[in-house]
Design a binder for this molecule. Structure first.
Ligand code: NAD
Length: 289
């Protein structure tokens, strides 16, 4: 594919972005789908978000992904937000059309899609989700939007705890029929009790991610049972200690975060272009270890 006067621009904004795999993934996908589009990464600090977005609008950029620290600010700048982005209060995918800015969040979509690819539907399920940061909030919100029956949020009593309470309040206000409870992660007895009542257990904290790869929030591995679906948002390492222990204890479905990462990109590609990303080829080329 050659860049010419009609090439559409897509990009990533945030800081740092130098390590991002997004330009390689999107440019490869544009080429495979014969789209005259190009994707670049721009290092944008939080206080530069508005100027960067205005610049992209002026230049006729068609859409962009947003990474930390700009995700919340981007949502504030949007003219319209998807239901998920509005509930999460953060955007990772934005489209510019007729001078207007449309904000989406595909992290939770990626999580739910990855479960579906493995035969698990969140509809009517009871879930225990550990975490209250960006990934956890997206997972909780999208699961609620897609019909989860009850969500137990556990987070340690740190600066994210209030976020968990806020998410629970927003979901209960705006998504009828979903019950959301928040508990401190320090209450291990409650954690194991609620996992026992859940179909799906999710770790969306940083525990298990390098340099905490030797740690798991599940100390009592007797909670792992064959029909408990276990998922981790962490993808570095691919298989966390929690997942290894869940598998060893007989859990049939134990999924790492790489599928969620791949599927959130796939969802963003569709929002950007209206086309399907060549997901299997992208996985083989960029995600397989
Ligand atoms: P964040 O900084 O927004 O949230 C961090 C969360 O981890 C909070 O809930 C915090 O309370 C918890 N936490 C941190 N240290 C802890 C500890 N020692 N004990 C208990 N809880 C602890 O981070 P985030 O962006 O939500 O990322 C969380 C994880 O999810 C990271 O590993 C990240 O790489 C991963 N992630 C994966 C995807 C994906 O597509 N698979 C997307 C986003 C994030």
């Amino acid at each position: 594919m050659e860049i010419n006067g009609k090439t559409e621009l897509f990009c990533l904004i945030g800081s740092p972005v130098g390590h991002s795999g997004s330009p390689a993934m999107y440019n490869y996908s544009f080429q495979k789908t014969n789209l005259n589009c190009a994707y670049l990464a721009f290092d944008v600090k939080l206080e530069e978000t508005e100027a960067a977005v205005n610049g992209l609008k002026t230049l006729g950029c068609s859409g962009f992904n947003v990474t930390m620290p700009c995700k919340t600010r981007a949502a504030e700048l949007a003219d319209e937000l998807s239901d998920a982005a509005a509930l999460i209060g953060a955007c990772n995918t934005m489209v510019i059309k007729d001078g207007k800015l449309y904000g989406h969040n595909t992290d939770g979509i990626g999580f739910v899609k990855n479960l579906k690819e493995h035969g698990v539907d969140v509809k009517d399920k009871v879930m225990t989700v550990m975490g209250a940061g960006g990934a956890a909030t997206a997972i909780q919100v999208q699961s609620a939007l897609e019909g989860a029956r009850e969500i137990h949020i556990f987070n340690r009593r740190d600066e994210f705890y209030a976020n968990a309470e806020n998410t629970a309040k927003k979901i209960e206000e705006r998504v009828p029929g979903v019950k959301v409870n928040v508990y401190p992660l320090e209450d291990e007895q409650k954690l194991y009790e609620k996992i026992g009542e859940s179909h799906i257990l999710v770790n969306a904290t940083k525990v298990g991610m390098k340099p905490m790869e030797e740690e798991s929030l599940i100390k009592d591995i007797r909670v792992f049972r064959e029909n408990l679906v276990v998922a981790d948002a962490v993808y570095n390492p691919r298989e966390t200690k929690m997942l290894q222990e869940a598998q060893a204890a007989g859990c049939k479905i134990a999924l790492g975060g790489i599928g969620m990462l791949l599927r959130q990109g796939e969802a963003a590609f569709r929002i950007f272009t209206g086309e399907n990303m060549p997901t299997e080829e992208v996985y083989e080329k960029f995600f397989r270890e």
